[in-house]
Design a protein around this ligand. Structure first.
Ligand code: G3P
Length: 218
């Protein structure tokens, strides 16, 4: 499973590049606003940091303007993926942009029916929002499983399932168990996924026992 970083914070991306974990990046208007920077500048910088896909979201709500914004965002760098909302206008824009060989990430997906339509519109990625479904008492991970089951049965569907709105490490593990192609993960959750108290305790014990030997490897 591929890991995308869900952030528009360049420093957060830089801090994780040496791990080998970062296969791409997703942003959205909220994350861009939190960065305090102009979208064109921050997307250009993020695209230079990673070879993988970097999602940049349109903000228009009408088809024509979405396509114009998408074309503008796509020319920022070759690895830009244009993000559009899963609306009627958004899926028309998805179809138009993919016809121009522009990668599209269809976001704000909350049902399997929506995911089927995103695939029909040629989406490169579909982003089911797990955490937001959980927040309202629905089964976010159940949706991931349902979409993966449906897509797997149809070889003509090449849309990739990008589990989004990831809230904690269990979401990452469950997305992997259920067959999501990608999880887009806030950097904070990645650090939580890494940590285990027994690992820390084990390192401490090894260090103490090693010091008793008086040896050094170098
Ligand atoms: O990529 C989508 C993600 O940023 C949304 O997450 O926490 O706002 O539901 P959240």
């Amino acid at each position: 499973m591929k890991f995308f970083l869900d952030t528009a914070n360049v420093q957060e991306v830089n801090d994780l590049l040496d791990t080998g974990w970062v296969d791409g990046i997703t942003t959205n208007p909220t994350l861009i606003a939190a960065s305090g920077r102009r979208i064109s500048e921050v997307i250009q910088e993020l695209c230079a940091l990673v070879d993988g896909p970097v999602s940049a979201e349109v903000t228009a709500v009408d088809y024509e303007t979405m396509v114009k914004e998408g074309r503008y965002l796509a020319q920022i760098a070759p690895n830009v993926v244009v993000k559009v909302p899963l609306t009627f206008e958004g899926l028309k824009a998805c179809y138009a942009l993919t016809q121009e060989d522009i990668m599209v990430n269809v976001t704000l997906c909350f049902s399997s029916g929506q995911a089927l339509l995103a695939a029909k519109s040629g989406a490169t990625f579909v982003s089911p929002f797990v955490g937001r479904l959980d927040d309202v008492g629905h089964d976010g991970m159940g949706l991931i499983q349902e979409i993966c089951e449906i897509y797997t049965q149809h070889p003509d569907i090449d849309t990739l399932v990008l589990a989004a709105s990831i809230r904690h490490p269990l979401h990452v593990i469950q997305a992997a168990q259920r067959g999501a192609d990608i999880a887009t993960i806030p950097p904070k959750v990645l650090h939580q996924l890494l940590k285990h108290p027994l690992t820390d305790k084990g390192v401490e014990t090894f260090s103490k026992d090693w010091q008793k030997t008086g040896q050094s490897i170098l």
